[in-house]
Design a protein around this ligand. Structure first.
Ligand code: NAP
Length: 290
C-alpha cells in the first residue's frame, strides 16, 4: 500500500475497536482494486461521538464505520439518514456528502447477502429470533421486509422483546411478530419448522462453552440455525443445532458483506465474487482461522 498526498482515509468509530476485522476487509479491497485509500480504527471515548463526527468531517474522511456503542448515538450528528437505517434506528456506515455524512445500515443487507449465499430463505418462513437487542431488532425489520410468515422473538427480558415486537409490527403494518420469554419455546408448535437466528451475546469468545438455550428438545424444532456471532467460528449454538440434525452457520459472512457494501458506498465501485473471497480469507487470517 503506497500512502501519498492523495490518499483518502476511512475508519471505524467505536469503543473498544482493538479486535476489529474491518481493516483486514477494507485494506485488502482497496489494495486489490487500486483505490488510494486506507482504513484505520478510531477508539472514541464516552460522550465524544459528536466531536468524532465533526472531526471526521474536518479531516476530510471519505467515510466511517460505526460500531458498539455508537450505532444509534451517532444519528443526531448526521445530515442525512438512509430510509432503511431510519427504520432500523441504527447506522453502521457513514458516507461523506457535501455538507456532512449520510448514515446507512449495511449490517442487514450484509446479513441478507450472506443468507442468500448460504441458501437460507426468509420469504414465507417461520423464524425464531433469540435476543431483543439492537441487532435482533434490525433482524426483525429485515424479516418484515422480506416477507417472513411469522416471527417469535425470545428474550431473557421479555419486556424488551415486547417493545421491539410492537414497534416492528407497527412499522411493518402487520402483526407477524410475537414476543416470548426464552423458556416459552416449549409451546412452539411442530418440529423442524423454524429458521432460528441467534442474536444474543451468549457463546461469544471467551465464554465459548455457553448457549442461550441448552435444552436439546429446542433444537429439534429448528431446521436451520444462524448464529450472528463470528468468534468462535463454531459456537455451542451451532453445535447443538447440528447435533439435532439441522444446518448451522456463523456470522462471519455477515461481517464480510456489511464491510463490502460499505466499501461499495464509499468508492462507488462493485466488488466481484473473486475479490469478496480474497477479503474473506484476509479476514479469517486476521482472526487466525487460516
Ligand atoms: P445487545 O443490544 O447488547 O443485545 C444483547 C442481547 O443478548 C439481549 O437480548 C440480551 O438479553 C441478550 N443476552 C445477553 N446476555 C445474556 C444471557 N446471559 N442470557 C440470555 N440473554 C442474554 O447486542 P447487539 O448489538 O444486538 O449484538 C448481538 C449479537 O450480534 C452479538 O453477539 C454480536 O456479536 C452480534 N453481531 C454480529 C455482527 C456480524 O457482522 N456478524 C454484527 C453486529 C452484531 P436481555 O435483553 O435480557 O439483556
Amino acid at each position: 500500500m503506497k500512502i501519498n498526498g492523495y490518499t483518502r482515509t476511512c475508519g471505524l468509530i467505536g469503543n473498544p475497536v482493538e479486535h476489529t476485522m474491518s481493516p483486514a476487509i477494507h485494506n485488502t479491497l482497496a489494495e486489490a482494486m487500486g483505490e488510494n485509500m486506507v482504513y484505520v480504527p478510531f477508539r472514541v471515548p464516552e460522550n465524544s461521538v459528536k466531536e468524532a463526527v465533526e472531526g471526521a468531517r474536518a479531516l476530510n474522511l471519505l467515510g466511517c464505520n460505526v460500531t458498539v456503542p455508537y450505532k444509534s448515538a451517532v444519528l443526531p450528528y448526521l445530515t442525512e439518514i438512509d430510509s432503511l437505517a431510519e427504520k432500523i434506528g441504527a447506522v453502521n456506515t457513514l458516507v461523506r456528502t457535501d455538507n456532512g455524512f449520510k448514515g446507512y445500515n449495511t449490517d442487514m443487507p450484509g446479513l441478507y447477502r450472506a443468507m442468500c449465499e448460504d441458501g437460507v430463505k426468509l420469504t414465507g418462513e417461520k423464524v425464531l429470533i433469540l435476543g431483543a437487542g439492537g441487532v435482533a431488532r434490525a433482524v426483525a425489520m429485515l424479516l418484515a421486509d422480506k416477507g417472513a410468515e411469522k416471527v417469535y422473538m425470545l428474550n431473557r427480558t421479555v419486556e424488551k422483546a415486547e417493545q421491539v415486537v410492537n414497534e416492528v409490527n407497527a412499522i411493518a403494518g402487520r402483526s407477524f411478530a410475537e414476543a416470548m420469554v426464552l423458556d416459552d419455546y416449549r409451546r412452539l408448535p411442530g418440529d423442524r419448522q423454524y429458521l432460528c437466528i441467534q442474536a444474543t451475546n451468549v457463546g461469544m469468545f471467551p465464554k465459548t462453552e455457553e448457549a442461550v438455550i441448552e435444552d436439546t428438545d429446542f433444537y429439534q424444532k429448528v431446521h436451520t440455525g444462524y448464529d450472528l456471532i463470528f468468534n468462535p467460528a463454531k459456537t455451542r449454538f451451532m453445535e447443538l443445532t447440528q447435533a439435532a440434525g439441522g444446518r448451522a452457520y456463523n456470522g462471519l459472512k455477515m461481517l464480510l458483506w456489511q464491510g463490502i457494501i460499505a466499501f461499495e458506498l464509499w468508492t462507488d465501485k462493485k466488488v466481484g465474487a473473486e475479490l469478496a473471497e480474497k477479503a474473506y480469507s484476509a479476514m479469517k487470517q486476521a482472526m487466525h482461522m487460516e
